[in-house]
Design a protein around this ligand. Structure first.
Ligand code: ZN
Length: 80
């Protein structure tokens, strides 16, 4: 019962340049509507070792809602 795929985070990946497993650091590449795209960089040489998309509720600031101008409130006539 190992469900590791969902929460998998790579802390080490094999780096072809260093020819060994290297700790990686995540670098935020893009903010997509569906999530955030991270890139794994080798801490030894900086080579990109992979990418990961973190899906989740994006920052509310990332998707500004188109704000329609509020309808003018019905003009009130002054009835006296
Ligand atoms: Zn490396």
């Amino acid at each position: 019962m190992s469900q590791q795929f969902g929460a998998f985070t790579a802390s080490e990946l094999y780096c072809p340049k260093c020819k060994r497993s290297q700790p990686v650091r995540e670098k935020l590449l893009l903010i997509l509507p569906s999530g955030e795209l991270y890139e794994f960089l080798c801490t030894g040489c900086g080579t990109s070792l992979g990418e990961r998309t973190v899906s989740g509720p994006p920052l509310s600031a990332a998707i500004p809602k188109p704000q329609k101008a509020a309808k003018n409130p019905p003009t009130r006539r002054l009835l006296r």
